[in-house]
Structure formats: structure tokens, C-alpha cells
Design a protein around this ligand. Structure first.
Ligand code: UDX
Ligand code: UDX
Length: 481
């Protein structure tokens, strides 16, 4: 029986290991984490993350060949293959602040592995890390090895939240990077044998360590770039009367471009895109490639621009002041079908509106009040640390914010509604009922292309939808200003 241990029971480690256990009944998989609360949740009926289909997979193999434990060292010592999927925050101080990855958790994991290991191990990088991290980790392991052989592999994760189980069940590709030595090749084969139980051979791609590490950063940079490109076009559409969704549809029909990831939005979020691009920027700078660094930095810059453009639109539409006005925020997660709020555009939009003295009433079907308050109180880049190591949030200070149980409650008595997440339920709300309960003029600012603009205008709303021709009412207002 192959024994696998994964350090880090998060969005990546949890579902990925559950799938390995599910597909390989003869492999023993133990997921460990320094957070006992997280481990307890994985062992309970309420898993710590919401992911469609995850409950079934976990229930099918938990306590059979899938285990969640806080006894990190014992399970690491016992395993042959160790996945590392711990946080890699962006540094907030010192060299590379605001760009470089902080590898504190990765490094301490590597030192711990070296300390407790009594037999040879394959150590697999799952966290997204800067290119050449594997090499640094390899040094830590071998310098502390006491004669034990460590092989390091890079096996980047491409699952997207909300579709993680689907992505893990039939991945478009599995990348395994390793050393081109006999030992490295053997390690690659060992990991390949695990995936080969359910992934077709031609989808398992092996390569050198650095190519695998860079492929992950490049893939996320490309995906984010498509969104920033559409968001850049959305600003031009609003200025000219073109419709960004028509443009996206038209260009997506070109098979060289393809239709996916062309949705203009209030801005991309999630734990990976911004962090990975900033990483890429920093690596380019370190290698003397300033032009390349600037090229990729623009992808993040446009994303910041898109969020502040949205806030400006809300404020300027509402007669240049939102002070004391109630605004409903529908959706807080960084996309639908997840309760994850890391880097969600909603944080910047809410903070922008709070800065202008608005009173916010926030509703998200999957995000808790505690999480929302913590997010709004955090400093930039502080989110990516294990939660129990974070300072407790001064949540009481956010008096301008209330968190409510449904969309109707959020919108009652509000001057405007901002849609931040494309939850399906926001498409079928009774907007007439909402309109009746709102102050007039009643505004809808759709950051996700969720609502039917024409229908809402018929009801009487003033509607702004990213990248669509401006509401005649708004156009007149802008012209007057
Ligand atoms: C993680 C990284 O954050 C990301 O950079 C990488 O690309 C993939 O792995 P994710 O699984 O989404 O992504 O993160 P998170 O949900 O925060 O999980 C990380 C877990 O590691 C946390 O549960 C944390 O408690 C745990 N951890 C962290 C350890 O067990 N040991 C540590 O030293 C640090
Ligand atoms: C992403 C990658 O897709 C995945 O392969 C990688 O492993 C981790 O990062 P994830 O962050 O879960 O996954 O979400 P994704 O679906 O890529 O969406 C990221 C953000 O972009 C979301 O905020 C989403 O709303 C936004 N987005 C996506 C758009 O604004 N427009 C689009 O067309 C697509």
C-alpha cells in the first residue's frame, strides 16, 4: 500500500487528496494541518470548504483510506510521498514586498520533513511557488537529510474552485516536473502511477522542474490577462456605446481565441491570479527583465482600475455622494459556487464605498458574517496566512456594514444595489418587489452581467452593467457633469 501524506488541508490539499483516495482505494492518504479546527471540520459533517460534489467524495473514503489528522510529524514520517500545499502569501515587508512570495510556511514544512524523516521520500510541490523554489527546498532537505534520499517534484494544481471535483475527476492535464536524473525519473514514475489510475496517459505530462513551476504561473497569468483584456475593452464600450458581451461573443467565435474567460467583470479575484502574476513580475525583475515585468504588471493594474472604476461609477451616478445612503451588496465570494472570499473584488468595492461613507447591507448565500467582517478589516496581502495565526479582527469598528440573510432584506430601503458575485439566485429575484421597497431613483450596478437590463429598466431601475451601453439616464447625468 502506497502511503501519501499532504501538509495543508486547504482548498487545494483537501479536495485533491480526497480525489486521490477516492480513485485509489489501495493508497492510504492522510491530510495533515497545523490548524486543529480545520482538521476537526474535515472530520465532521460540515466540511471546512464548500465545493459542489466534495461531500460525497469525502464521505465515500473518509476513515477507510482517507484520514485527516493534526499529528503532522507522525504522518509525514510514515509517508512515502508527501504533498506540500501550504500558504504562500505575498510578502508585505522587506525584500520584494508587495510582489515576492513569502515562503516561510513552505520552508518550515521542508525543515520539519527533514527532521522527522527516517526513510526516503518524494516531496511534491503543490502550492504555487516562484520558479526555482523546488531547487531551494531540495537544498534544505538534502542539507538536513542525515543520509536520507529526497526527491522533489513539482505537480501544480489547476483546479478551479466551484468545479474542483469535476476538474480533478477529468483533468485536461496533470503536470509532473522533476529532476532529469535516474532518481528524479523514478520519482516522476511513482507519482505518475498514482494519477494513471484514472487519468489517461496522454494527459499526464512530465517535464523538468522549472518548466512545471513556470507553467503554473504562466497559465494563471494568461487566464487573468484575458479577463483584464476584456475589462479594458469594457471601459471603451461604455464610452462608445458598444456592448462588451457582443464583442466577447464575436471574438470568442474565432477558434484561435476561444470563448472561455472572456467575461468582463468587476475584477478577477481568488487566491491565485494576482499572487501568481506578482510572483512572475518579481522573478522577471530579479532576472533583469524589466520590460517583461511591466508587461505582466499591467494585468494586475487593469484589475485594480476596474474595481475603482466601478466604485467611481456608483458614487458619480448617485449624485456624487453615497454618504449615509444604504447600498445593498449582493454576493461577496470571488465567484459563484464557492464560499471563498480571498482577493474578492467585493472587498475593494465595499471598502471604497465605506470610504465614501455609504451604509452597506451585504448578503452572500455562502459567506459568513464573521468572514466578511474579517475580510473588510484586513490589510492588503494579509489574507493568505493560516487563519489561526492572524490577529483577531477589529470587527466591531465597521459600524457602516451590516450582513443580512437574504437579498430582499439587503435591498429594503436601499438607494442602490451592487451585484458582486454571479450567484444563480440573483438572476431570478423578484426585482419588482425589490424596486417597490427601495428609495428612488433606484439603482442597480451589475458587476457580473447577471440581470436582464431591459427588464429592470422597464420596472424603473437605473441600471449600470459593466461594458454595456450606458443607461440613458446615466448618460444625461454624465453629460451634464
Ligand atoms: C494553498 C496556497 O495558499 C496557494 O498558494 C497554493 O497555490 C496552493 O495551496 P489553498 O489550499 O487554497 O492554497 O490554501 P489554504 O486553504 O489557505 O490552505 C493552506 C493550509 O495549510 C491551511 O489550512 C493552513 O492551516 C495549512 N498550513 C499552513 C499548515 O498546515 N502548515 C503551515 O506551516 C502553514
Ligand atoms: C484559477 C484557475 O482557473 C485555476 O486553474 C488555478 O489553479 C487557480 O486559479 P480559481 O481562482 O478557482 O482558479 O477561479 P477562476 O474560475 O479562474 O476565476 C478567477 C476569477 O476570475 C474569479 O473572480 C472570476 O469571477 C473571474 N473571471 C473568470 C472573470 O472575471 N471573467 C471570466 O471570464 C472568468
Amino acid at each position: 500500500m502506497v502511503k501519501i501524506c499532504c501538509i495543508g488541508a486547504g482548498y487545494v490539499g483537501g479536495p485533491t487528496m480526497a480525489m486521490i483516495a477516492y480513485k485509489c482505494p489501495d493508497v492510504k492518504v492522510v491530510v495533515v494541518d497545523i490548524s486543529t479546527a480545520r482538521i476537526n471540520a474535515w472530520n465532521s459533517d460540515h466540511l471546512p470548504i464548500f465545493e459542489p460534489g466534495l461531500d460525497e467524495v469525502v464521505k465515500a473514503c473518509r476513515d477507510k483510506n482517507l484520514f485527516f489528522s493534526s499529528d503532522v510529524e507522525a504522518h509525514v514520517a510514515d509517508a512515502e510521498i508527501i504533498f506540500v500545499s501550504v500558504n504562500t502569501p505575498t510578502k508585505t515587508r522587506g525584500l520584494g514586498a508587495g510582489k515576492a512570495a513569502d515562503l516561510t510556511y513552505w520552508e518550515s514544512a521542508a525543515r520539519m520533513i527533514a527532521d522527522v524523516s527516517k526513510s526516503d521520500k518524494i516531496v511534491v510541490e503543490k502550492s504555487t511557488v516562484p520558479v526555482k523554489t523546488a531547487e531551494a527546498i531540495e537544498r534544505i532537505l538534502t542539507h538536513n537529510s542525515g543520509g536520507i534520499n529526497f526527491q522533489i517534484l513539482s505537480n501544480p494544481e489547476f483546479l478551479a474552485e466551484g468545479t474542483a471535483i469535476e476538474d480533478l475527476t477529468s483533468p485536461e492535464r496533470v503536470l509532473i516536473g522533476g529532476r532529469e536524473t535516474p532518481g528524479g525519473k523514478k520519482a516522476i514514475e511513482a507519482l505518475k502511477a498514482v494519477y494513471a489510475r484514472w487519468v489517461p496517459d496522454d494527459r499526464i505530462i512530465t517535464m523538468n522542474l522549472w518548466s512545471a513551476e513556470l507553467s503554473k504561473l504562466a497559465a494563471n497569468a494568461f487566464l487573468a490577462q484575458r479577463i483584464s483584456s476584456m475589462n479594458a475593452i469594457s471601459a471603451l464600450c461604455e464610452a462608445t456605446g458598444a456592448n462588451v458581451y457582443e464583442v466577447a461573443y464575436a471574438i470568442g467565435k474565432d477558434s484561435r481565441i476561444g470563448h472561455r474567460f472572456l467575461n468582463a467583470s468587476v475584477g478577477f479575484g481568488g487566491s491565485c491570479f494576482q499572487k501568481d502574476i506578482l510572483n512572475l513580475v518579481y522573478i522577471c525583475e530579479c532576472n533583469g527583465l524589466a520590460e517583461v515585468a511591466n508587461y505582466w504588471r499591467q494585468v494586475v493594474h487593469i484589475n485594480e482600475y476596474q474595481k475603482s472604476r466601478f466604485v467611481n461609477r456608483v458614487v458619480s451616478s448617485m449624485f456624487n455622494t453615497v454618504s449615509g445612503k444604504k447600498i445593498a451588496i449582493l454576493g461577496f465570494a470571488f465567484k459563484k459556487d464557492t464560499g471563498d472570499t480571498r482577493e474578492t473584488a467585493a472587498i475593494d468595492v465595499c471598502n471604497g464605498l465605506v470610504g465614501d461613507q455609504a451604509l452597506l447591507s451585504i448578503y452572500d448565500p455562502r459567506v459568513t458574517e464573521d468572514q466578511i467582517r474579517r475580510d473588510l478589516a484586513l490589510n492588503k496581502f494579509d489574507w493568505d496566512h493560516p487563519q489561526h495565526l492572524m490577529p483577531s479582527s477589529p470587527s466591531a469598528t465597521l459600524k457602516q456594514v451590516s450582513v443580512v440573510m437574504d437579498a430582499y432584506q439587503a435591498a429594503k430601503g436601499a438607494h442602490g444595489i451592487c451585484i458582486m458575485t454571479e450567484w444563480d439566485e440573483f438572476k431570478t429575484l423578484d426585482y419588482q418587489k425589490i424596486f417597490n421597497g427601495m428609495e428612488k431613483p433606484a439603482f442597480v450596478f451589475d458587476g457580473r452581467n447577471v440581470v436582464n437590463v431591459e427588464e429592470l429598466r422597464k420596472i424603473g431601475f437605473v441600471v449600470f452593467s459593466i461594458g454595456k451601453p450606458l443607461d440613458p439616464w446615466l448618460k444625461d447625468l454624465m453629460a451634464a457633469a
